[in-house]
Design a protein around this ligand. Structure first.
Ligand SMILES: NC(=O)c1ccc[n+]([C@@H]2O[C@H](COP(=O)([O-])OP(=O)(O)OC[C@H]3O[C@@H](n4cnc5c(N)ncnc54)[C@H](OP(=O)(O)O)[C@@H]3O)[C@@H](O)[C@H]2O)c1
Length: 281
């Protein structure tokens, strides 16, 4: 990545992005960080050799891309504090703040600043995330490519055509790791009830989750086909899958994702109220 990047907020996600960018070829001198916590600044310097500033304006000065990785309730106020700098410098702003709508981000940044909203997920912390990206029409192809490169440093990226679709991204990949963890936990518990020692059952479930993820990634084919390939007619897997489908797993999963998407919309509405309050106070 040739353009200089500033990360605001060096918590879990900010640190993951710093690590990802450095691993993917961004030179330390092209990277600045604004972080208000002394402890987080010290950790960053120790782990990555990157010195962060307590002053966001200092950190963002000269950056072509500013990545907002503070907590959602701090997002609007953080950007509003930089509006003057943005007016002079005109960076691309990429926000990973969950649920903070693009209109709120744009109005905090000031007129004419390109804003991309990104919804990464937790596996980004180990470089295996996937991020949904949305940009309003005025963001240039070069800026879209920059946003892709920043989030692509911690996993895959996928553009969505509307901001509403980010609520679905949240329901699918954002909350998704928990669904797989729950299933693995239930499998371990069932294995234990069927006679395995608890630690062995847990290891079997966890390694199966990990290995299945790797297989799915390596196969790069339709998930339905992948599943069919490991389900011989009349075999053990088919016996289990029949029970799962009989319990209407399909409808349950659809309901679960719909509930998560709805909650994402509700939280975004609540965040809008909090964020505006924070900006006005
Ligand atoms: N973690 C995830 O899996 C995940 C997934 C998707 C999206 N996100 C989004 O990523 C963002 C960060 O999440 P996180 O998990 O990394 O949170 P986090 O660990 O709490 O990190 C946020 C960091 O930003 C600092 N900060 C707050 N206000 C600031 C400001 N005005 N200027 C500079 N630094 C500031 C915080 O310091 P203090 O602690 O002192 O306030 C904290 O160190 C959130 O908006 C979240 O919605 C996270």
């Amino acid at each position: 990545m040739n353009r200089s990047v500033c990360i605001l907020g060096a918590g879990n996600m900010g640190r993951a992005l710093v690590g990802g960018l450095l691993r993917s070829g961004t030179r330390p001198e092209q990277l600045t960080v604004g972080e208000k916590s002394v402890a987080a600044r010290e950790t960053l310097a120790r782990d990555f050799g990157v010195s962060a500033s307590a002053d966001n304006a200092l950190a963002a000065a000269g950056a072509a891309v500013v990545v907002l990785a503070v907590k959602p309730q701090d997002a609007v106020a953080t950007l509003a504090g930089l509006a003057e700098l943005f007016a002079r410098q005109r960076p691309l702003v990429v926000s990973v703040a969950a649920g903070v709508r693009i209109a709120a981000l744009q109005s905090a940044c000031g007129a004419g600043i390109g804003v991309v909203r990104a919804m990464p997920n937790r596996p980004a912390l180990v470089g295996a995330g996937i991020t949904g990206l949305y940009a309003a029409g005025e963001v240039s192809p070069a800026d879209r490519a920059s946003a892709e490169r920043v989030l692509g440093s911690v996993g895959e990226t996928v553009w969505v055509p509307s901001e509403e679709a980010l609520d679905v991204v949240t329901a699918l990949s954002g909350s998704g790791p928990a669904y797989f963890f729950l299933l693995a936990q239930l499998m371990a518990e069932a294995g234990e009830r069927l006679g395995l020692e608890a630690p062995a059952a847990r290891r079997l479930a966890r390694a199966t989750l990990y290995g299945s993820g790797l297989l799915a990634q390596a196969a790069d084919c339709d998930l339905k086909r992948l599943r069919a390939e490991v389900t011989s007619a009349g075999g053990t897997t088919e016996a289990a899958v029949r029970v799962l489908e009989g319990a209407d797993l399909r409808a349950t999963v659809a309901q679960a994702l719909a509930a998560a998407a709805q909650r994402s919309r509700e939280l975004a509405a609540a965040t809008a109220i909090t964020a505006t309050g924070a900006r006005n106070s």
